[in-house]
Structures are given as C-alpha cells and as structure tokens.
Design a protein around this ligand. Structure first.
Ligand code: LLP
Length: 455
C-alpha cells in the first residue's frame, strides 16, 4: 500500500470559532468535524478539502476516520448488549477492517473477497457473519475454512451444501434469513423485506418453516436464530418494530413445533442517513429504543426469553463520513440550464442513475461575491443519465478548475465504482486529527491494462 506523508494540521482552525458547522447551512450532511476554513474551503478533521484535492488529485474520496468511529460507537451505545455488525458492502478496505475491529463491532460480509480482506487483517472470524442469496462454492469454502461465526442461510438448498463441506466435527452456527413481508426502504431496488424478490425465505408461504425443519434435522449445523433485512435507507423505526413482532411470533411458532428456543435475532441494516439537508435520519438511539421496547413486549406476549439481538448498519456508519471531491472540467450554459461537468460521474457514484439518489454539492477553495444560481452537476461519462447532483445551487462564476465537494459519499459509491470508460476508480484518503493518509490508491491505466491479456 502506498502511504502519503501526513499533511500538517491547519493551525488557524481553532481560532475560527465563529465559522462553525451551522454556517455551512447543511448541518446534517457533513461530518461533525467540518468547519469553514479560510479561502472558501471546508476543513474536515482539520484538513482543508481543496488542499486534499490538490494533493491527491480528483476525483478523490475523503473519509473522516473519527466520524466512522464515532458512528460505530453510537450504534453500540444505542443497543447495549446487542451485537453491532458493520455491513462491509457499504465500503471496505484494510484500514476500515481495523477501525471496525477496534471499535468492537462485528463484520457482515457477502463474498470470499470481503472475507479474505478481513481475515488478512486478523479480524476475529467468530465476529463475522456471511450473507448472500447465492453463495458461491468459494464463498462457502472460505467461510468454513476460516470458521466464521454465523452463516445466514438464504435458500433451502444451502443447508445440505454447507453440511457437506464442513471441514471438522464442530457444528457450524447458522441463521435463517426470513421474509417478514414488510415494505420499507427508499427505492424498490433496495426493498428486501417483501415477497416477490430474490432474498429470504417467506414466513407466509411456509418456506422459512420448512428450512428451519431441515436445519434442525441436520446435526452438523447449529441453528442459532433468525435474520431479516428489510431494505435500505429506511427513515423510520416502526418497520423494525413490526419486524421484531413478526420474527418473535415465528420464534414462538418454532418453539411450539420443535420445543427449541432459538437464542438470536438479527434485524439486518438499512438505517437512513441524510443526503440532502433536512432529510430525515433518525439517530441510532431512536431505532434502538423502539427495537428494545418492542422486543421486550413481544417476548413477554409469547412467553419467550429475549433473544440476543444483532443489527447490521452499513450506510449509517460510513456514508456521512465520506466526501467526494471533483474538479470542474466544463461549464455549459444553454436553454437546458447550467451543466457543470466534473471529472468523475457514474463510474464512481452510480447511485443517482440506479436509485434516483439526490446529493448536494458545495464549491470549496475559492470565494466570490457571485450570486448563487441553479445548476446540474454532471459526470464525464457517455450517457445523458450521468448526473451526479441537481438541481443544486452554485455560484454563478463557477468555472473549470473549481473544486466541488459532495458530502454523504462514504457508502455504496467507491464500493460500487466501475471501470466504465476506463477512467479508473478513485482513491480513498483518510483524514484524522489534522492529517491525511492514502488508504486506497487511484486505479491507473496500467491496472486496467494488466487484465487485458488476450489478443
Ligand atoms: N445486512 C444485509 C443482509 C444487507 O443486505 C445490507 C445491505 C445491510 C445489512 C446494510 O444495509 P445499510 O445499513 O447499509 O442500508 N447499493 C444500495 C444499498 C444496497 C444495500 C444492500 N444490502 C444503495 O446504494 O443505496
């Protein structure tokens, strides 16, 4: 891994108490450490964003390490006694594996790749949960070899497959992913708690119960509980309460049928963050309180001891800690409005094109008295749908060379980045306590060309 020397801290920042986060006018979308800095810049963790753009080039993703850690801790505080498992798909690299491990969280992985990255840093395998609606032979063999804590079974055929591959006599702990039949989540493509999509085993049609029967009849597997994941970007706590009620009722049905009390309940992730100022984004404690209360009352109602709880936040921990920095390449003013084109786009952030996700941007590193005008920030890729943000307000004198900062960029952007147009995936830089360091380097043409081995 290439490591850049730390940037010096900005000594002027502490003397700018008046330029606090509230003056950014967008208090919910920036990391807590963000402050206005001289020259129209924003400093995150004491490091100027425009300076980072100059130093590391653009596009670049900046990750506030302390924000990630604080959010991980907030989840642990919100559900004392529960397991908090970070969903690696939001964004994973070796440093993030370490932060998550140090903060005492578990890790949700869904491929041999994510698993190997975590194992390579010595992440305790018993704190890892393996997911996937279609786990490959390699996913399963890697998980079994490393001894992951839980494998979440998502289809009937997995039961025998896992049992057949067990390397030793110790039974593998598994859970069943059930479909509670709850509609929640910001977009149909990320709603996974409803019938009629590829995930989970339906409680309603009996397939969850069939799979439970099958696993309980399989001595090489130890069924420890139920899992569900309702969807993503869920901005209310109530769907989780409903999931608790339905899953506890199912736990009671399993007890009645088999005489076993499954000791664990995993409610998945999906907790919302603010992408635009004012977007609803309940604190972890809001979800935590309702979940805890509902679990106690549902268990009392069914005469069950409370199972150990797990949640799997991904976006909620990572998105608000990330900022994407782009440089403006062209500005087009015409009948269709103002198009500000930047040096990234749908290859580093496919979320607007995939889910209609909305973002805000801010120019950093230059001040002017120009009035604000409505504009659309577009990418450099060969599609009209390659829009990053809009409508947004930008100074009228926006011009090529200006740097734009797009907050709430930490989750599902770098992890979903593609090789489209061979532009290369952007680097990821961590900032903390006035310093910066490169976590993931930029993908070069040589990286791309190295895979092209046939003629
Ligand atoms: N647990 C399971 C089993 C999951 O499938 C997911 C996300 C999570 C936890 C974490 O969900 P989160 O807390 O991050 O919402 N690419 C989409 C999001 C897809 C989420 C897939 N599963 C997006 O950019 O909005």
């Amino acid at each position: 891994m290439t490591t850049e020397p730390s940037l010096p801290s900005l000594p002027s920042l502490p003397s700018l108490p008046s330029l606090l986060i509230s003056e950014l006018n967008t208090p919910t979308v920036w990391p807590a450490s963000a402050v206005l800095a001289p020259g129209g810049d924003i400093a995150v963790a004491g490091v100027g964003l425009a300076e980072l753009a100059d130093r590391y080039g653009t596009p670049v993703y900046v990750l506030d390490e302390d924000e990630v850690r604080a959010r991980a801790r907030a989840w642990r505080r919100a559900l004392p006694g529960a397991e908090v498992v970070y969903a690696a798909k939001a964004f994973l690299c070796r440093a993030v594996v370490d932060w998550i491990e140090q903060e005492g969280l578990g890790l949700d992985v869904c491929s041999a790749g994510e698993l190997r990255l975590a194992a390579g840093r010595g992440f305790p395998p018993e704190r890892i949960v393996l997911h996937g609606n279609a786990k490959s032979p390699q996913d399963l063999s890697t998980a079994l070899r490393l001894g992951v804590g839980r494998i979440v079974i998502d289809s009937a055929c997995e039961t025998a497959r896992i049992a057949a591959q067990m390397p030793g006599p110790e039974p593998q702990r598994v859970m069943v992913r059930v479909l509670p039949g709850i509609e929640a989540g910001a977009h149909p493509k990320i709603r996974t708690g409803t019938e009629g999509q590829k995930f989970g085993l339906s409680i309603a049609d009996g397939s969850a119960a069939d799979t439970v029967d099958r696993i309980l009849g399989q001595p090489r597997l130890e069924l420890v509980g139920l899992h569900c994941h309702l969807g993503s970007q869920i901005a209310e706590a109530e769907p989780y309460a409903e999931a608790v009620r339905r899953l506890v009722a199912f736990l009671a049905a399993i007890r009645d049928r088999h005489g076993v009390m499954l000791p664990e309940l995993n409610l998945g992730g999906g907790f919302a963050v603010a992408y635009l100022p004012g977007d609803p984004a309940p604190a972890p404690s809001v979800y935590g309180e309702l979940i805890t209360r509902t679990l106690a009352s549902a268990c009392a109602e069914h005469g069950l001891p409370a199972p150990a709880l797990t949640v799997e936040p991904g976006r909620s921990i990572m998105a608000p800690a990330g900022i994407a920095l782009y440089r403006v390449l062209s500005v087009k003013r015409g009948a269709g409005g103002v198009f500000v084109a930047v040096d990234g786009g749908m290859s580093d952030n496919p979320r607007p094109a995939l889910y209609g996700a909305r973002y805000t941007v801010r120019r950093v590193g230059r001040t002017s008295t120009a009035p604000m005008r409505t504009a659309t920030v577009v990418g450099r890729h060969c599609e009209a749908g390659d829009v990053l943000a809009g409508p947004v307000e930008l100074p009228e004198d926006i011009r090529p060379g200006d740097v734009l900062a797009a907050p709430a960029a930490g989750a599902y952007q770098v992890s979903m980045a593609s090789g489209y147009n061979m532009t290369g995936r952007p680097p990821v830089v961590a900032v903390s306590k006035g310093g910066s360091r490169l976590l993931v380097r930029r993908e070069s043409f040589e990286d791309l060309a190295a895979r092209d081995i046939g003629l």
